[in-house]
Design a binder for this molecule. Structure first.
Ligand SMILES: NC(=O)c1ccc[n+]([C@@H]2O[C@H](COP(=O)([O-])OP(=O)(O)OC[C@H]3O[C@@H](n4cnc5c(N)ncnc54)[C@H](OP(=O)(O)O)[C@@H]3O)[C@@H](O)[C@H]2O)c1
Length: 260
């Protein structure tokens, strides 16, 4: 039976690059995001370029029961899944009270609840495969509190911890779980997060990695069954300093970047 990788947030940015990297390796892909037109274009491009099967489902993952609807769609289409990539996510920059509570809750739904639900619902199927993989896209922000990107950083800390714990629980199965922690990557992320701070923009311009580079590192790490993948030398260094330095110093420096 033909096997597929299911990737959320696959219409652009890192998710698109992950789908393209898999397709390049001859892996069939199922693409999830909201913008149907973009998904259709991506599916056609990957099919034409890499001769793989690519299908898509346009759905808002913050809808109630979105994960269940995705799984029902794969069952109805008889797709067998051996790779799940939880990539869709976004941030909200600025102080907590700058946004309505519902916006924070929607972000938490997308960044935390949907990866948990998709992992839970697809696990029985993944366990039946000879080799299966879950990749959860976290962030360098998972390693410390980030005032000015606070709920986002906390949601990524959840994803990192959830991935490591699930990985351990599945250690006697054929399912490997990898958390991928990118740093600044050139995508639509800062626009969606409404990052206006000149300092943050300057730093991103200096250290931004390209999504293709991030995706290649992430997919290699996933197939190597790594627990945690931090993309690029500068981001590895940042994670090391997050471990080494006092939390108060890290938080002050992060707050400065986000103009708080
Ligand atoms: N870029 C960075 O600097 C960076 C750094 C560390 C971690 N990350 C993480 O990398 C992941 C991908 O982010 P990105 O930078 O590639 O951002 P992006 O360019 O904004 O792409 C986000 C993807 O998620 C989809 N998406 C957003 N909201 C959705 C919703 N409610 N329902 C369904 N799909 C939705 C988007 O498609 P639609 O808009 O069509 O729905 C798009 O395909 C995120 O988890 C992010 O936290 C990014």
């Amino acid at each position: 039976m033909q096997q597929y990788a299911l990737i959320t947030g696959a219409s652009k940015g890192i998710g698109y690059a992950l789908a393209a990297e898999l397709a390049k390796r001859g892996i069939h892909v199922l693409l999830i995001a909201r913008n149907e037109q973009l998904l259709q274009q991506v599916a056609e491009r990957l099919t034409n370029e890499y001769k793989v099967s690519a299908d898509y489902l346009a759905i808002d993952l913050t809808e109630n029961d979105a994960a269940r609807k995705i799984v029902d769609w794969t069952v109805q289409k008889q797709y067998s899944i051996n790779i799940l990539i939880n990539n869709a996510g976004y941030g909200l920059s600025g102080a907590l009270e700058n946004y309505p509570l519902t916006e924070h809750k929607n972000m938490m739904q997308l960044n935390m609840t949907v990866p948990l639900e998709l992992s839970y619902l697809l696990l029985p199927q993944l366990k039946q495969q000879n080799a299966a993989y879950i990749m959860n896209v976290a962030s360098g922000a998972a390693y410390q509190a980030v005032p000015g990107l606070n709920v986002y950083a906390a949601s990524k800390a959840f994803i990192l911890s959830f991935s490591r714990g699930l990985r351990y629980e599945l250690k006697h199965s054929h399912v490997s779980v990898t958390a991928v922690c990118p740093g600044a990557t050139e995508t639509d992320f800062p626009n969606r997060a409404k990052v206006t701070s000149a300092k943050a923009q300057k730093m991103a311009a200096k250290f931004n990695m390209q999504p293709q580079e991030v995706a290649a590192i992430a997919i290699n790490g996933m197939f190597a069954r790594k627990a945690e993948v931090v993309t690029g030398f500068v981001n590895k260094l940042a994670v090391f300093f997050a471990w080494l330095l006092p939390k108060s110093l890290l938080e002050k420096s992060a707050a400065g970047i986000y103009d708080l």
